[in-house]
Design a binder for this molecule. Structure first.
Ligand code: KIV
Length: 288
């Protein structure tokens, strides 16, 4: 019997592993607040990532570096209130896990204890292995993230694809194996050659979630505002825009402004009225 969207069970990290074993693709989408969390959940996606990409697409920063723990906790809480079944993954922001292992464990714990998340994601390869091990040992599922890791944008000299040379490709494969060994339940592969992503996916036992990494990954993730066409400032090659909400919303707002200016909004159907009798009584009271 097939599962309908109404009788779905809560997704867990075990679901991720089972889906990989069965060869079923995993769908992940970012969300940043209550309505977008609800929408992604209602559409039946496996997981919601509250990405630090919110710094760019929601808060208007040029990159993800200014995003703080407090901002992440605030947005994660809102998303969690809207999600019933999707796995909730909170993205650890810059400097929340790099300074010391105890600080990383404490901050990872806050995503579960205060923000209602089921798991955390953090960026980096072998240099994060010890930190990941400590967080996982605390009982917190960790998603890794390698390839184009946006928190290292200045080190990369821009948002550039990674792993295009044989030695950097080999380093990425090794990093994926190290992250699996450190205990990650899944790994995001961002902006790396499609054939490398497929090769990596076939050599590790945990699911890879690709963004700009081709169809050979075990699942896919996109930034919601890119898919909806709400972020026109920066459009990576790998983004597929499914709708142009920027245009739709701009059109709606322009119509609203025009109708306010021409007094055609609000119409009688948008107004509250009172009975003639009450109105007369009111006028008499005013006269007194
Ligand atoms: O911050 C984010 O949204 C991400 C995804 C693009 C993987 O890290």
């Amino acid at each position: 019997m097939s599962t309908t969207l109404t009788d779905r069970k809560k997704t867990s990290v075990l679901t991720f592993r089972q889906k990989k074993q069965r060869g079923e693709p995993i769908s992940v989408m970012t969300a940043y607040d209550y309505p977008t969390g609800r929408l992604v959940d209602q559409a039946g996606l496996d997981a919601v990532l509250v990405g630090d990409s919110l710094g760019m697409v929601v808060l208007g920063y040029p990159n993800t570096l200014p995003v703080t723990m407090e901002a992440m906790i605030h947005h994660c809480r809102a998303v969690a209130r809207g999600v019933k079944t999707a796995l909730l993954i909170g993205d650890m922001p810059f400097l929340s896990y790099q300074i010391s292992i105890p600080e990383a464990v404490r901050n990872a714990g806050r995503f579960l204890q205060e923000a209602g998340m089921d798991a955390v994601k953090l960026e980096g390869g072998r240099e994060r292995a010890e930190t990941i091990r400590a967080i996982v040992q605390t009982g917190i599922p960790v998603m890794g993230h390698i390839g184009l890791t946006p928190q290292s944008v200045h080190q990369f000299g821009g948002f550039k694809p990674q792993g295009r040379l044989a030695d950097t490709a080999l380093k990425l494969l090794e990093d994926a194996q190290i992250l699996e060994e450190a205990g990650c339940f899944s790994i995001v592969l961002e902006s790396i050659p499609a054939r490398l992503a497929k090769f990596v996916s076939e050599r590790i036992h945990i699911p890879t979630i690709g963004i700009g990494a081709g169809v050979g990954c075990d699942g896919q993730v996109l930034v919601l505002h890119d898919l909806l066409g709400m972020f026109e400032e920066f459009k990576p090659k790998f983004v597929k825009q499914y709708v142009n909400l920027h245009e739709v919303i701009l059109q709606a707002l322009t119509s609203y402004r025009e109708e306010v200016e021409s007094r055609s909004f609000p119409g009688p159907e948008h107004c509250v009225d009172m009975s003639d009798e009450e109105w007369q009584k009111f006028l008499e009271q005013v006269k007194e």
